[in-house]
Design a protein around this ligand. Structure first.
Ligand code: SAH
Ligand code: DHB
Ligand code: MG
Length: 227
């Protein structure tokens, strides 16, 4: 009941604010045809990421969790001509589908998809001095979210915006006794962010075509906690 209404409202929003887009539609179709799970951000969420990247004047974006490149297309399109997205993906099949979707979208030279467990590729980025990243979108395995946030800070700068997907999980994050690794990782992410002196953060609950979930958003401050 509620889900059906949320889906209809998302369709309403898309119908008015998010024009049909051949590259995004093709990315979704090709991802489904390749058997990838249907867990990309929604159109409305992708556009929000895009708007936030524009608002931040982002030139360098870090994404953890590429899947078929759907969110990477939204982020890549927000950047100036010399901008760059580095997107980390552990599954080579997902990365291959993503690269094909990204080049179809004209973003083959903008988005680099790097294959490997993010905890192994993030130190590579540091060694290569690939940062500082202006925006980090964290959307991979949830149990490593505290570590990913720590890396986003390390590879960021004061002002960097950090966004974490799937931090409400239908409210299951309230269960402090949960044995679900995703819930535990998410709860540890809140504790980590809340205790960190260099982050100003909030959590926003969302409903829509993807159900009831939410985003955590934080900016790196210059070291003085302000809120
Ligand atoms: N951001 C994408 C969705 C990502 S789904 C979008 O909105 O379009 C989560 C992705 O994270 C999956 O493709 C999964 O293979 C990947 N992933 C899971 N564990 C990972 C890890 N340890 N390192 C890098 N990627 C990982
Ligand atoms: C799942 C992962 C996601 O990143 C998401 O946005 C939705 C679902 C999942 O693993 O089920
Ligand atoms: Mg997600």
């Amino acid at each position: 009941m509620a889900q059906e209404l949320w889906t209809r409202v998302d369709r309403y929003i898309e119908g008015r604010l998010i024009p049909q887009d051949p590259a995004l539609a093709a990315a979704i179709a090709a991802s489904a045809a390749a058997g990838l799970p249907k867990i990309a951000v929604s159109a409305a969420q992708g556009k929000m990421l895009h708007l936030l990247a524009r608002l931040a004047h982002a030139r360098r974006v870090l994404e953890i969790g590429t899947l078929g490149g759907y969110s990477a297309i939204w982020l890549g399109r927000a950047l100036p001509p010399d901008g760059r997205v580095v997107s980390l993906e552990v599954d080579p099949r997902h990365a291959e589908v993503a690269r094909s979707n990204l080049s179809r979208a004209g973003l083959g030279a903008v988005v680099e998809v790097r294959v490997g467990a993010a905890l192994e590729t993030l130190p590579e980025l540091e060694r290569e001095q690939a940062g500082p990243f202006d925006l980090a979108f964290i959307d991979a395995d949830k149990e490593n979210n505290p570590a990913y946030i720590e890396w986003a800070i390390r590879l960021g700068r004061p002002g960097t915006l950090i966004i974490v997907d799937n931090v409400v999980r239908e409210g299951s994050i309230l269960d402090s006794a949960s044995h679900d690794a995703d819930v535990r990782g998410t709860r540890r992410a809140y504790e980590f962010v809340g205790a960190h002196s260099r982050l100003a953060a909030t959590g926003i609950q969302t409903v829509g075509v993807k159900g009831y979930d939410g985003f955590l958003m934080a900016i790196i401050t210059d070291g003085e906690a302000r809120s």
